[in-house]
Design a protein around this ligand. Structure first.
Ligand code: IMP
Ligand code: MG
Length: 172
């Protein structure tokens, strides 16, 4: 697989991340926020977003994996690496690279909600609504993207391309 066209350039991504940071800082003014990054895809977005926030922030990471037939809603999503921080009474923002079928974020939201956070919201850099299998919507979205496989800025194809500064459509 090779790289296709640039879908979102570095400049456009950075401008949008800065805007999201301003919006989130406004919404959580006076609070401490716990950012929970979903590994590995969200690591670059989370690093940039965290540095655009003007409120006190803590960080933690969680790793999810899906098993079963990947195009089906019967697919099972499990937690491979759990958080180290207790969520009780904390304001939690779950940070994802992309919401595709919605199965991952849906499972994680259900799981984290059971840990009694003071609040729980989601922020996704990309939203690919065409392939949704469960009815989930992120509270903060960077860009809505078409139904194409994208890589770069944390997103991978077989663990490649994560460190590209732009986001590309994967070619053939
Ligand atoms: P979902 O459970 O189908 O919403 O998928 C979420 C995960 O699938 C994301 O966190 C990504 O790791 C991966 N994913 C979905 N679409 C893409 C894509 O276009 N490029 C790279 N990874 C993707
Ligand atoms: Mg991922």
């Amino acid at each position: 697989m090779s790289l296709g066209r640039v879908l979102l350039g570095e400049r456009e991504i950075q401008d949008r991340v800065r805007k999201l940071g301003e919006e989130i800082s406004r919404d959580y003014a006076g609070c401490e926020l716990l950012l929970v990054g979903v590994l590995k895809g969200a690591f670059i977005f989370l690093a940039d977003l965290a540095r655009c926030l003007t409120i006190p922030v803590r960080l933690d990471f969680i790793t999810a994996a899906s098993y079963g037939e990947s195009m089906r809603s019967s697919e099972k999503v499990v937690i491979l690496k759990d958080l180290g921080i207790d969520l009780k009474d904390r304001h939690v923002l779950l940070v994802e690279d992309i919401i595709d079928t919605g199965l991952t974020i849906d499972m994680l939201l259900g799981n984290l909600a059971g840990r009694n956070p003071a609040s729980l919201k989601t922020c996704a850099l990309l939203d690919k609504p065409d392939r949704r299998m469960v009815d989930v919507k992120a509270d903060y979205v960077g860009f809505v993207v078409p139904d194409e496989y994208v890589v770069g800025y944390g997103l991978d194809y077989q663990d490649n391309y994560r460190c590209l500064k732009d986001i590309y459509v994967l070619g053939s």
